[in-house]
Write a protein that binds this ligand. Structure first.
Ligand code: SAM
Ligand code: ZN
Length: 169
């Protein structure tokens, strides 16, 4: 399973970033996460998701090997973000995210959805399908959490299946 990206938001034509405003540290959600070092405005490109462009076949092999940093790029290619020069690989998923991923002119950006306060963990929705959703329990802790890492389009369905309870850690 790999994160997917949305279509670009109209009006976000010029890439921008937030150099030095993101720190990578232990996360209450999972392992290492990313957090804001200062107040970051809505609509800021905080990081680019970088990696090796690989075929779907290679991505499938990597996923089977347990590589959690494969990012769905387009119909043909995925990105293997498991490289030291891709700090965006540390961002965790949330069911109530404060960022989103956007594909624009062949580059994937992590963009803030709202103003973010210093210290807040930076998250986006990985956009997973319902395939094998029980293998991906979510510990985001947000009020919107549906208990599993899935795209927002499946929240209603999942709430019907799983109810409001949290999955076991
Ligand atoms: C791209 S990595 C994110 C960085 C990760 N925290 C780390 O330290 O490697 C994705 C993996 O992090 C974990 N993860 C991310 N968001 C999560 C969440 N909301 N709940 C539980 N695990 C999560 C899952 O194991 C997932 O396969
Ligand atoms: Zn969640």
């Amino acid at each position: 399973m790999s994160p997917t990206q949305k279509k670009p938001t109209p009006g976000l034509e010029t890439p921008s970033d937030a150099p030095g405003q993101v720190v990578f540290r232990e996360s209450p959600i999972h392992g290492t996460g990313a957090a804001a070092l200062g107040c970051i405005p809505a609509g800021t490109r905080i990081l680019e998701y970088l990696g090796r462009k690989i075929t779907k076949a290679e991505a499938s092999v990597q996923c089977d090997l347990g590589n959690p940093y494969i990012f769905e790029f387009d119909e043909v290619y995925d990105l293997d973000g498991d490289v030291g020069w891709n700090p965006a690989r540390w961002l965790n998923h949330s069911c109530g995210p404060n960022c989103e991923s956007l594909l624009e002119e062949g580059r994937i950006w992590i963009v803030t959805l709202r103003e973010i306060q210093s210290g807040e963990e930076l998250t986006f929705n990985y956009g997973y399908s319902l395939n094998d959703f029980k293998e991906h329990p979510c510990h985001c802790g947000s009020a919107e959490c549906v208990g599993y890492i899935v795209d927002e389009e499946f929240f209603a369905e999942l709430r019907g299946i799983a109810g409001p309870s949290q999955p076991p850690r």
